[in-house]
Ligand binder design. Sequence first.
Ligand code: NAG
Ligand code: NAG
Length: 401
Amino acid sequence: MGKLSFIVFVLCIWISFKSTSHSSNSSPSSVNSDSAWVFQDILLDGEAFEDPQASARLLEYDFYREICPEAEKIIRTRVHQLFKIKAAVAPALVRLAFHDCFVEGCDGSILLDAVQGMESEKDSPPNQSLKGFEIIDMIKSELEEVCPGAVSCADILVLAARESVLLTGGPFYPLNTGRRDSTAAFADSATNELPSPHADLSETLASFSSKGFDERETVSLLGAHSIGVIHCNFFQNRLYNFRGTHQPDPSLDSEALNQMRSTCPKKDLSASPAPSPDFEGSPLPTSRSPSLYNELLAAPPASFDNLLLLPSKTQKLAMAYDGTGPNFGTVYYRSLLQGKGILYADQQLMAGEETGLWVRAYASDSSLYQRDFALAMMKLSNHNVLTAPRGQIRLNCSRVA
Ligand SMILES: *[C@@H]1O[C@H](CO)[C@@H](O)[C@H](O)[C@H]1NC(C)=O
Ligand SMILES: CC(=O)N[C@H]1CO[C@H](CO)[C@@H](O)[C@@H]1O
């Protein structure tokens, strides 16, 4: 099955190259000159930029083959090593890439620190619990030693996320490279556009559709919740006081309710701040506390069983779908079928006819899910990318060069 999916991907890429050469009306013998033509077309035709996937045609297969041939291997090796020490790096990196690509495209803007005159996406409420910045920084430093100024932070991020998906049992998907880094961050967009864990189905669909994802793709992308943990803050209201009713969410299965209540005891709501809207759940309740990298260095090697649960302090205050390995995806969709979705936004997928159909399909057909998830991740990773001469290659992912 893996082989078949791979062939499908290679076909997709081949088709996209083919359509590229048709649209540019130039000789199909040279991909490079085709790209140059397409590039001109796009520059001349401003409307092309309204298609968030248009610039992705300017990415190339193995873009770094000459300027930094070891780049992809270094990224892969580092992610594998860190994952062995602490598997929580995988969901952290997938989530980081999602947050980057969803807001203004995959341009590394999420990685920028705030400076005078520019707020950081990191500091927008949905980013409060993001982790993994240190990992990207570490990989970047290594790449800077090997081939200075060559590899973009945006590419490092999507490639690291791909390795993470693969390591947790998800599919491989091919990625072209050549993304460039933004020279600005988009804190307002990050606050307003990221989907919320409390969103109902129509809000979730509207949010994904504004980025060009249809219902099928939305359902498959949400399957990323298979991995990682979700802090109680993000669903506490469903357990005790759903929409001000002082009752639990009626769509929640009673067995799941009891289990979730014992993990997340009732707390004095007046004392706690409203949870920040964060679609991807939260590995940690507070802001950028101890760096994940430092935690990694301090942590003993994790076994595959406990590796998803992040720092012990918060272990008891979070739930997970435990969908790694062969369970990637299917456990998540099966739990939705049983009314055991952790986030309201997850469970809402059962509230729509078409989305419910895809939940059912993915729950029973893991290879269909792997294929759809791979295609959706490719699309996400190509969303609104920056290619030369736009953007830049940062030397330090945390600041504009
Ligand atoms: C990258 O930039 C940030 C913010 O300016 C700084 O704190 C950090 O030390 C820099 N990292 C390296 C490796 O120079
Ligand atoms: C990880 C990170 O930078 N978190 C920040 C998110 O935004 C809040 C403010 O909205 C900051 O206080 C956090 O430090």
